[in-house]
Design a protein around this ligand. Structure first.
Ligand code: NAD
Length: 387
């Protein structure tokens, strides 16, 4: 295959994720120069013409659109990158697939399993490459955790524990809906912390430890009413502010998950710990280059938790970056996912998680909400390991 093919990107949404993805694409030519497909930032779309022009200038997009339908209709775009709130993922993805575009979609895949299933059907019918940005998998320490588990170092797994804690919605004065606050509006978001934060934990968990078969959940909405930015009226809050669930994994282990936006002092505390027959591992997003590892087979006089700074060239992704001992950050997970997607076009292998993989996470999220609403255990209908 000849070098220097381009993947012409059309990105929709100029917010937080629009920035992380644009940064990801811009780093490829320097840090993954050997990739046959290199991204070309062809167009960016957002509804405000001035804002989208400024964004295009800042990040290097060649043109702008204010209507995503005009963007997906263009012949000079190969891949659509969806960085908009959750209520638009299905409509955009289904329309983009019908136009034969490849799709990179932000998480959660959709608001519901039904929407997600329609998205999976659309990309499968159109046979277009697709991926969902569950980016935490591509932090080197998390990828190393996967390698350790797959190599059998932990032995049989008994426990999987994960938390995702924040504290930004505690004030009752905070409105819901609209720019910046769509996460508090159930119509836009689909759910609260379950789809926003636990979806990440569930994706990582089913990638590391296999399918979650059934769940029992409790949710709480601490602030029951908030002003809606669109109507200006006080409206009922429909999202879960906090969620705790426990579950069974297909491999026989037990899972315990907690997420909230009411844990004062915690900004984005994503942690997980996995306990196996021989060894345990734990990880913390606030110290994301580090993986902690305990191996019971160590000589008893030196047995203890090892603190592994994952920066060596033989550890996942790290030969791309600086020299051993020097850390990388959150933004690199998006560089890695962009690179893996481009590589997948070269090899013809899917870039996981695909829409189909992300639908399995959606099934667990929906079962969690359903379980909390009905105060009962729910089957997820998920089978097998996420790729
Ligand atoms: N992978 C991650 O870790 C991660 C982190 C944050 C957000 N997300 C996901 O990314 C998506 C976007 O979140 P965000 O934090 O970037 O939101 P944001 O509010 O910062 O940005 C959303 C952008 O989309 C634009 N937009 C909304 N509707 C649009 C439309 N119809 N056409 C064009 N533009 C439109 C908004 O104007 C805004 O620029 C969500 O699905 C969210 O769940 C993922």
């Amino acid at each position: 295959m000849s070098k220097n093919k381009t993947l012409r990107i059309g990105l929709i949404g100029c917010g937080f994720m629009g920035r992380t993805h644009s940064n990801g694409y811009n780093r490829i030519k320097n840090f993954f120069p050997e990739l046959v497909y290199q991204p070309e930032l062809k167009a960016v779309c957002s509804r405000n013409a001035d804002k989208v022009k400024a964004f295009a200038e800042q990040w290097g997009y060649a043109s702008t659109e204010t209507d995503w339908k005009a963007l997906i209709a263009r012949d000079d775009i190969d891949a659509i990158d969806i960085c908009t709130p959750n209520d638009s993922h299905a409509e955009i993805a289904i329309a983009a697939a019908a136009k034969g575009k490849m799709i990179l979609c932000e998480k959660p895949l959709a608001r519901t399993v039904a929407e997600g299933q329609a998205m999976v059907d659309a990309v499968e019918k159109a046979r277009v490459a697709n991926t969902v940005w569950y980016n935490y998998r591509r932090l080197p320490a998390v990828t190393l955790a996967k390698q350790l588990i797959d190599s059998g170092k932990l032995g049989k797994i008994f426990h999987y524990r994960a938390n995702f804690l924040q504290d930004w919605t505690i004030s009752p004065e905070l409105p819901q809906g609209g720019e910046g606050l769509w996460r508090l509006d159930v119509d836009a978001a689909g759910s609260g912390v379950t789809g926003d934060l636990l979806a990440h934990c569930i994706d990582t968990a089913m990638w590391l430890n296999g399918g979650i078969t059934d769940v029992s959940a409790v949710t709480e909405t601490f602030i029951k009413e908030r002003v809606h930015q669109a109507s200006g009226k006080v409206q009922k809050v429909g999202i879960d502010d906090a969620c705790i669930f426990h579950c069974h994994f297909e491999n026989g282990s037990l899972g315990l998950f907690e997420s909230t936006r009411y844990a004062r002092g915690h900004k984005a505390l994503y942690t997980f710990e996995i306990n196996g027959e021989h060894a345990s591992i734990r990880w913390d997003l606030h110290d994301l280059n580090r993986l902690e590892y305990f191996d019971h087979r160590d000589d008893s006089i030196v047995r203890g938790w090892r603190s592994i700074l994952v920066t060596d060239g033989d550890q996942p992704y790290m030969k791309r970056w600086w020299v051993p001992g020097l850390s990388i950050g959150y933004e690199h997970s998006f560089v890695h996912q962009a690179a893996d997607f481009l590589k997948s076009l070269e090899t013809g292998e899917p870039c996981h998680p695909t829409f189909k993989d992300a639908l399995e996470t959606q099934k667990v999220c929906e079962a969690v909400i359903d379980s909390a609403n009905t105060r009962s255990w729910k089957d997820t209908n998920v089978k097998g390991w996420l790729k």
